[in-house]
Design a protein around this ligand. Sequence first.
Ligand SMILES: O=C(O)CCC(=O)C(=O)O
Length: 378
Amino acid sequence: MRTTSATHSPRHAVARVTAASRAHRSNAIQGLGQLRVGTPRRARVLRRADADGAAEPSEEKPRFVPAHERTTLSKILPEQLLEGGVLLRDAPEEWRTSFTGFLSFEFMGVRTNDMPGLRVLNIDPPVFTVDDFLSANECDMLTASAEASGGLKVSAIGGAANENIRTSRTVALNSHGLENHATKKAILSRAEYLLPAVEGLSKDADAFRAPEAGEGKWSFELPQVAHYSGGEYFKAHEDGFPIAVAADKGYQRRATILVYLNDVDEGGETRFEHLGIEVAPKKGKALVFFPSSAACMPDARTLHTATPAKEGHEKWVSQLWIASSTPPVPTPEELEADNKRKAAEAEYAKLPRAQRRAMEKEAAKAAKKKSRDSNGRK
Ligand SMILES: O=C(O)CCC(=O)C(=O)O
């Protein structure tokens, strides 16, 4: 995948098409009604030399490539992106159903049917915005309280070469009198409505406790508010944890919900380098994407940057990350059993087809007999 610096288009554009998105057009699945994932390969009939020397036809099935391994993208059309994305409410039903199913199958379920302002900016990896996620008043109250709290501190994160990749100021919404802010409650309750997996979570005593591996738990990280003065930025980064880090923590970030708390006249876009998308901040609009797949594997395609607000402008944004437990860690015995099963499957696949067929028939016969015997005993 190619990383490009995006070209700039008119101010206030909701999302901007870049040269990168055009470059990806050829291998991407385009436009309404064409939701398919990855690059479908035609099943081909091959002549395969059998283990006993006889050639036989065999079907090469297209391999399912999981999200975190995919290097393909499924994009909406550039003109749809220029219009601010595909308003899902107005999309053909088949398209809505495919997108919704795809989200829940590979990422997480989204209540798409009751979100009038949901605009799809990218299909795979899914990126969408929700207009009016917060009201203007809720945004203004939060920025005023964050400023007045005195809690905004330089949010420094070390990059690879230990340089500062972030120069904004941040305050967590569990401190400085912001714990019970009405807008914090609104962000959480709307996130719960949008993502049914976390419905009702904020009422749990341990809603903000980091989940443990295998616990099957969801949690919120503490919501934050960030402020960027003119020239401040957050360089390209992924929100998902690398596999080893997630395994160590026992949880992975599954969804990011950024809410823009003010309009920014120039700069301050959230740019997805690999997707060729820039989202311009608009007060109350939420930007939603999935830093990892349902399997808790980080999706590198969601790399993104907060571009600097231009001098003389400022940007306010709230961030909420939703995490889930990573899968259970197998015991050494389970690992060994799994390895044995895989080795046996590999051996079986090498057998001549006729022999496999005969073995399958035998197994089916044995299963039938067993079921008859056990019914007879009842
Ligand atoms: O401010 C933005 O546009 C993006 C912020 C962000 O990427 C983050 O906080 O992780």
